[in-house]
Design a protein around this ligand. Structure first.
Ligand code: LLP
Length: 441
């Protein structure tokens, strides 16, 4: 019996649930039931309710290992970008595997420490660090600050002097290369707010060299996210190597180069370069350079380790459009609304999907916004009560969720083999305003 159901995104790319799942290692259909590792996701929806994020431990570890194996020939450190998914269970699994972390706030540092991560393996990125962030990071003993402006450098020198500490720093250089990705997640162009221009970098390093509480350690860049080709990474690396040579000529020696994150993933039919090929393309230049190499991958480690499970609450066919109103909304998963991101939505039970009554649905949430949709014009066979799974939702999913419309944020569950564990309970409505006060004048 064929289970195939045609389901296409707005660009007409066909989404065949079975074919897609065959390409996503953590997922499989077993007798028509979608399983994450060995656990049937419909049963998870029943146990924990929906909407619910579910993650595969093995999928996270497999990608992490692909990075460490692929770069085994050189001294390297993988600093997982916490912003992609900051649940303590995810951080703890990676910390145990030996990962470092890339953070952008003291809140993220607190999470890393709470999850058992080592401060010395933390790099602190971000364009606007505050005095209290810097103080906390110095006191915790983080590995390195990735600095994005001369004023930030001066601020860090000031806080380090006050604490009697030395801050290890790296300058985030904006290499002005086109990452060829969505403009909102492209960061390495002159027009972007990120980094210090290539032209200005030498003079900022010279200022840093003269500061008593600053130790120059590295150089870094991050050119964007969801990159599927290696060429922009190579271009950025070439620009950095040129700068490193220039710094050497000027008596400034570095210990590490940090190439940021950005490797893309398959959402529908994207074919991102594999981690092994990415490494093979970069290794000759990196080996010759001889510096320790850092990477800050986020999405590639967690995106396809996660699903958002949601239930169909209402089917509302109209003259012009059919709407399937599901219990997840833009507050739970904002990527489609914010970036027009196309994410696959597949049935948890193929039997339901092959009932033969497919039609074209906009899969929408219940929020009072026209932009509240998870996907448009998807061909699916749906019935009220069906559980659907949004794939690729492990990265920039829960972390970008909000309480808009006073909607409690969803539960998060970790799966390993046939085990599952609630790693964050669903919020309760009362919690959402428990600390608010009535005006009492
Ligand atoms: N390092 C820095 C300095 C970054 O700004 C980022 C992501 C990363 C590493 C991790 O990049 P990744 O490997 O995850 O591509 N919310 C957007 C993505 C924003 C990425 C921001 N910076 C989305 O949902 O597509």
């Amino acid at each position: 019996m064929s289970h195939s159901v045609l389901n296409a995104d707005s660009q007409g790319r066909v989404i065949n649930p079975e074919a897609l799942v065959a390409q996503l290692p953590a997922l499989q259909y077993v007798d028509g039931a979608l399983c994450l590792e060995e656990v049937d996701v419909a049963s998870l929806a029943k146990t924990y309710g929906t909407p619910c994020y579910v993650y595969s431990k093995q999928a996270i570890l497999n990608v992490y290992k692909a990075y460490t194996d692929s770069f085994a020939a050189i001294d390297h450190q993988i600093c997982y970008a916490v912003k992609a998914n900051s649940n303590l269970a995810v951080l703890g699994i990676l910390a145990q595997a030996g990962a470092g972390f890339d953070i952008v706030s003291s809140g993220e540092l607190a999470r890393v420490l709470a999850a058992g991560g080592e401060a010395s393996r933390v790099v602190f990125s971000g364009v606007g660090k505050r005095t209290d962030d810097i103080r906390y990071a110095l006191e915790a003993g983080i590995g390195c600050f990735n600095i994005e402006s001369d004023s930030e450098l001066a601020l860090i020198q000031g806080v380090a002097a006050e604490l009697g500490k030395t801050a290890a720093i790296s300058l985030r250089v904006n290499p002005n290369v086109d990452a060829k990705t969505h403009p909102y997640i492209s960061t390495g162009l002159k027009d972007n707010k990120f980094g210090i221009s290539h032209e200005k970098a030498l003079s900022v390093y010279q200022q840093a060299a003269a500061m008593p509480n600053i130790r120059i350690q590295g150089i870094d860049c991050h050119i964007g996210s969801q990159l599927t080709e290696v060429a922009p990474f190579i271009d950025a690396l070439d620009k950095l190597i040129e700068l490193i040579d220039n710094l050497r000529t000027n008596g400034i020696e570095l210990e590490h180069i940090d190439l940021g994150g950005g490797l893309g993933v398959q959402y529908i039919d994207e074919t991102p370069i594999s981690i092994a090929d990415f490494a093979a393309a970069l290794l000759p230049k990196l080996t010759q350079l001889g510096l320790k190499v850092f990477f800050e991958p986020g999405r590639s480690i967690v995106a396809n380790a996660g699903l958002l499970l949601t239930r169909v609450d209402v089917l509302k066919p109209t003259e012009h459009k059919n709407f399937a109103i599901v219990d997840a909304a833009m507050n739970d998963l904002i990527r489609p609304a914010l970036y027009q991101a196309e994410m696959a939505i597949i049935p948890s039970q193929l039997a339901t999907a092959t009932a033969g009554n497919e039609c074209t649905w906009d899969i929408v949430g219940a929020i009072c916004e026209t932009g509240d949709f998870l996907a448009k014009d998807r061909v699916l066979s749906l019935a009220v009560g069906d559980v659907l799974a949004v794939t690729g939702a492990g990265a920039y999913g829960f972390v970008m969720s909000s309480n808009y419309n006073t909607r409690p944020r969803s539960a998060e569950v970790m799966v390993s083999e046939n085990q599952h564990q609630l790693v964050r309970p669903r919020e309760q409505v009362a919690e959402l305003f428990a600390t608010e006060q009535l005006w009492q004048a």
